[in-house]
Design a protein around this ligand. Structure first.
Ligand code: NAP
Length: 309
């Protein structure tokens, strides 16, 4: 008979590993299924300054490994395998991966979100040939070169700051004349001498041969077209939740985010949602971790009352 875990966590980011830590520490059997490496989006973040306890900041991947170790210390296991399908109804949930099927009494959906694409012609083909969605992963390939970042949120500005330390020149292309990003980034951004702001502009065409050679932007107020030669384009225009697998089973909002209440419980008994895939007002490492702790608390309650009561 295959093992039926108390808790199966889909996704090894801060939400997933905090749920795993709390649940394992409460003596529940826990398996974390992670597609690639621990950390999720946090794992590709250069420095995290706003997670308490690290006065000098902490590397995203380093923090991810520490979170994984913390959960392991209490017995949570990790399997690196991609989830292919889920059956979340009933008292025993089934989660099918590339390497086999896992069963559990409760499931924590913690699969996060992925970067939104611009939807431009050539964008897919140019991945790895000039178009990137992760500055900390790919920035080093553009050392000494000219790059552009598109977007106006926290991801875009932290990418610009990171790239300004590596690249000769960085353009920040934003569709409005005001950034959405936190004020904390604004001073260092103004001080970075190799950053040029391209306001009120939308990238409307990628210019390329074998590789990206530049972008064409359109000024939204004047309609003026401008070509910006660059070796790399970093797209940072928000995220899309990784919830396709749950469609038709778990209740989602129009944008695809999982609807869960304060307890992180979804519409399905025994299924909890934590981190960036959940509809919520603030998506940060600490709010994902907080969700994980809350989920584990209600999982404990669910397991003891519903299943053993
Ligand atoms: P975001 O805050 O949703 O910002 C997305 C940006 O892209 C916005 O400026 C938006 O413009 C622009 N945009 C959206 N669609 C576009 C399109 N089709 N073409 C051009 N521009 C487009 O997303 P994010 O920066 O990825 O951040 C996601 C979450 O992670 C946020 O909660 C953020 O606070 C968090 N985060 C936090 C940190 C940190 O605290 N250090 C770092 C990274 C991310 P408008 O402004 O005009 O809407």
């Amino acid at each position: 008979m295959p093992q039926v875990y108390d808790v199966l966590v889909i996704g090894g980011g801060p939400g997933g590993y905090t749920a795993a830590l709390y649940a394992a520490r409460a003596n529940l059997s826990v398996m974390v299924l992670e597609k690639l490496t621990p950390g999720g989006q946090m794992g590709t973040t250069d420095v995290i300054d706003n997670y308490p306890g690290f006065p000098e900041g902490v590397g995203g991947f380093e923090l991810a490994l520490q979170m994984q170790k913390g959960a392991q210390r209490f017995g949570a296991q990790t399997q690196l395998s991609e989830v292919i399908s889920v059956e979340l109804g009933g008292t025993v949930k089934q989660v099918r991966t590339q390497d086999g099927t896992y069963q559990a009494r409760t499931v924590v959906l913690a699969s996060g979100a992925h970067p939104r694409e611009l939807g431009l012609s050539g964008e897919q083909e140019l991945r790895g040939r000039g178009v990137s969605y992760c500055a900390t992963c790919d920035g080093m390939f553009y050392r000494g070169k000219t790059v552009a970042v598109v977007g106006g949120g926290n991801t875009a500005v932290s990418d610009v700051l990171y790239l300004s330390r590596l690249c000769q020149k960085v353009y920040l292309i934003h569709r409005r004349d005001q950034l959405r990003a936190s004020k904390v980034y604004l001073d260092p951004l103004q001080q970075a001498e190799n950053v040029e702001f391209v306001w009120d502009s939308q990238v409307q065409k990628l210019l390329y041969g074998d590789m990206l050679t530049g972008v064409q932007v359109r000024h939204k107020k004047t309609g003026e077209l401008r070509e910006i030669p660059c070796d790399g384009l970093f797209v940072a225009v928000g995220h899309v939740p990784n919830t396709e697998l749950y469609q038709g089973q778990v209740e989602l909002d129009q944008a695809g985010y999982v609807l869960a209440d304060e307890t992180t419980q979804t519409n399905l008994p025994g299924v909890f949602a934590v981190g960036d895939l959940r509809k919520k007002p603030l998506r940060q490492v600490i709010t994902a971790a907080s969700d994980g702790a809350v989920a584990a608390h209600f999982i404990e309650e669910y397991v003891s009352t519903t299943l053993q009561g």
